[in-house]
Structures are given as structure tokens and as C-alpha cells.
Design a protein around this ligand. Structure first.
Ligand SMILES: Nc1nc2c(ncn2[C@@H]2O[C@H](COP(=O)(O)OP(=O)(O)OP(=O)(O)O)[C@@H](O)[C@H]2O)c(=O)[nH]1
Ligand SMILES: [Zn+2]
Length: 359
């Protein structure tokens, strides 16, 4: 009876510090003028960010009990700016925000973002990125729970170093990776799958016009970020997953005044079966300068014990590393050690310094 109450899972919002702060205790001073407005705030999901304008979907997934038609009626795209009280706090695609002001979504209206809800994850890029030229926004994404690394099996050939870097980025952001191997009509996935088997990374193999059921199942109800370099078939895939993707993108661009589909900002697209995919055009890499040896090593709990004999500050890449002896003594799988080293090494050098794998 009473136990049921305790078993109710705590919702994230109950941990929200902002909420605690605005709830006045007994005898506290009256609320400031902005508080009532905050209480009337509606929730929005940030779909794209462009030049200080945040395009948000409002009314998504609201009031499950209502009929589908009524639910759809409340859904609208609202463009907002950041309220001054948020200061320098960044707002990125995937954020859940509280909106006040004109939230009607009518043309030429502008709402205000007054709060950013706590994030469950954050995909970051650091200063060693080389591809944020041409005024391209740095697309960091909040709340993603899956990083879909889209790689063609041929034409263009796979670039394992880039895949490794994406895996490290996923690791660092605490986002589950998924290898999405495209163009299976052109080459076999065998070699690439074998390379990633020791890491236990899940994968799907697809081709244009082929069956997407397994991928759809993995995307359903989740927020997945799609990354991959030019030509791997990412647009083809997005269009297959979201039947009206082009329309959705041009609608968002029309609302933000960007006009045509410019393909530079990250954009979240809703999947028909629930969940979101976030396309990141122009993102070919993530800067990894901020990712420590420890962060990468944490993904290899089976190897951690072997590092106790390592010299202080060991990079685990040089001759002084104790992991070789540890693996040689049969304590660890050499393939796992090789994978760890590949990921550690992938952080070095320029992000785009990659050589296509021989195929
Ligand atoms: N053979 C084959 N070709 C494919 C497949 N998927 C996509 N393509 C082709 O590969 C080319 C690139 O596909 P896109 O979907 O434009 O690739 P993208 O990753 O979006 O590339 P950008 O638009 O440059 O970012 C196009 O000519 C597609 O028709 C596939 O499964 N097999
Ligand atoms: Zn070491």
C-alpha cells in the first residue's frame, strides 16, 4: 500500500534546482514579478538554432489521453529568443525549454526561453575542430541518447579513424553509439564489423531501398544524433526514415526566415514511430581535446586493473605501459587492448587526418 508510493520513480523535474529556488518558503519575500509568468510557461523542444533564434516544437507528446486529432491541433512551431535572465547559458538542439510570452506560433511572433531543463546528456565539440568554417554553427546537441555513426561500406570507403573518434565522442558524452553501415549493395560489412566486434558496438547494415525495420526499432522513442561525412548516404537515410523530412526542414527554415534549405545547422526531425533523429549537416568530426585518458579507459573496465603498474600519467600508448605485459600474461583480451589503444590514439592529431581503409 504505502510502499507503492515509494516505488514511484522519481521524475527528473523533481531534481531541478531552479524549481527549488523559486518555491518560496514560509515567510519569505513575495515572488518577483517574473515568477507568475514562469508558472504559465509552456514546454518546448528545441528543433534548430539559428543566429540567436530558437525554433521549438510545442505541444509534442502533450496530454497522451487526448484524441490524436486534438493532440495534433495543439502542436506548433514557436520561435523564441533567450530571456536576458538566462545570461550566457547556451541553448542547443535537443534542449527542453520553458517558453513564455507569445507562444501562439503565429508568423512574426517571438517567445522567450526562460528556463532550460536539466540535460541527460551533452554532445560536445572542443576547439580543435576544423570544420566550423563558413559561419557554420557549432552543433552541440543536448539530451541525445544515441549517436548513430553513418558509414558507407564503399563509395566512399570507410574511415575507421573517424569512426573511432565518433566512438570516443559518444563515450565522453555518455551516449550509446550505433554503427549504421550503408550501401551494403556495394560491399560486405564483414571486415568492418570484425574490427568493431571487440568493442561490442551495436550495428545495423542497410542499403538504399532496403529494409529499415531493425534500424527503426533501434531509433523508436529515442533521441538519436546522426553523424557521418559527405556522401555516405545520410540524406538518403533521413528521407527514408522521415517521409516528409524535406518539408519539415523547409518549414522550419521558413519560420526562422532562413528561407531555403541551407543544410548547415543541426535539425531535429520527429520520427513517425516516435522519437527524434537529429541530423547534423556539415559535422564531420568532433574535437576531442577535452577527453581524458581516464574517460576512454573507463569504457574498458576489464583493462583498468592492468594499469596499476603503469607509470604515473601513462598514455597507455608507449613502451612503458604495463598493459602489454598484463595482456601477455593472459589477464586481458589482446583485441580489447588494441581497441583501447586505437581509441586513445584517435584523439591525437587533426580530426580530418584520416586515410580511407584499404578496400
Ligand atoms: N549504391 C548505393 N548508393 C547509395 C546508397 N545510399 C545512398 N546512395 C547514393 O550515394 C550518394 C550520396 O547519398 P546522400 O544521401 O546524398 O549522402 P549524404 O551522406 O547525405 O551526403 P551529403 O549530402 O554530401 O552530406 C547518392 O548518389 C545516393 O543515391 C546505397 O545504399 N547504395
Ligand atoms: Zn599504461
Amino acid at each position: 500500500m504505502g510502499a507503492d508510493v515509494g516505488r514511484r520513480p522519481l521524475r527528473k523535474r523533481e531534481y531541478d534546482e531552479d524549481d527549488v529556488r523559486i518555491r518560496p518558503g514560509k515567510g519569505s519575500r513575495p515572488r518577483t514579478r517574473i515568477r507568475p509568468a514562469h508558472e504559465e510557461a509552456v514546454e518546448g523542444f528545441v528543433v534548430t538554432v539559428d543566429r540567436g533564434r530558437y525554433t521549438c516544437l510545442v505541444g509534442a507528446g502533450e496530454e497522451r489521453g487526448r484524441r490524436r486529432k486534438d493532440r495534433a491541433a495543439g502542436r506548433r512551431v514557436v520561435v523564441a529568443m533567450k530571456a536576458r535572465e538566462l545570461g550566457r547559458k547556451g541553448i542547443v538542439v535537443g534542449d527542453r525549454v520553458a517558453l513564455v510570452g507569445d507562444v501562439s506560433g503565429r508568423p512574426d511572433t517571438l517567445a522567450r526561453v526562460v528556463r532550460v531543463e536539466p540535460r541527460v546528456s551533452m554532445l560536445r565539440r572542443s576547439a580543435d575542430d576544423t570544420d566550423d568554417t563558413d559561419g557554420i554553427e557549432r552543433p552541440v546537441v543536448a539530451n541525445a541518447d544515441q549517436l548513430v555513426i553513418v558509414t558507407a561500406l564503399a563509395d566512399p570507403p570507410p574511415r575507421p579513424r573517424m569512426i573511432d573518434r565518433m566512438l570516443v565522442a559518444a563515450f565522453d558524452a555518455d551516449i550509446e553509439p550505433l554503427l549504421c553501415l550503408t550501401k551494403s549493395d556495394l560491399a560486405s560489412p564483414e571486415e568492418l564489423v570484425a574490427l568493431y566486434a571487440p568493442l561490442g558496438v551495436p550495428y545495423v547494415v542497410i542499403r538504399k531501398g532496403g529494409d529499415l525495420e531493425e534500424l527503426r526499432q533501434r531509433l523508436k522513442g529515442r533521441i538519436s544524433v546522426l553523424v557521418g561525412h559527405s556522401g555516405v548516404g545520410k540524406s538518403t537515410l533521413v528521407n527514408a526514415l522521415v517521409p516528409d523530412a524535406n518539408r519539415a526542414v523547409s518549414h522550419v527554415n521558413a519560420v526562422t526566415g532562413r528561407g531555403r534549405h541551407t543544410s548547415t545547422s543541426a535539425i531535429a526531425l520527429e520520427l513517425p514511430e516516435g522519437g527524434w533523429i537529429i541530423d547534423t549537416p556539415g559535422v564531420r568530426s568532433f574535437g576531442l581535446a577535452h577527453v581524458s585518458v581516464e574517460t576512454v579507459l573507463a569504457g574498458f573496465p576489464d583493462l583498468v586493473e592492468g594499469t596499476v603498474e603503469c607509470p604515473k600519467g601513462c598514455t597507455h600508448l608507449g613502451e612503458e605501459c604495463a598493459l602489454d605485459a598484463w595482456a601477455a600474461a593472459g589477464h586481458a583480451d589482446p583485441a580489447r587492448l588494441a581497441s583501447l589503444r586505437r581509441l586513445l590514439a584517435s584523439r591525437e592529431g587533426a580530426p580530418d587526418e584520416d586515410r580511407p581503409a584499404a578496400s
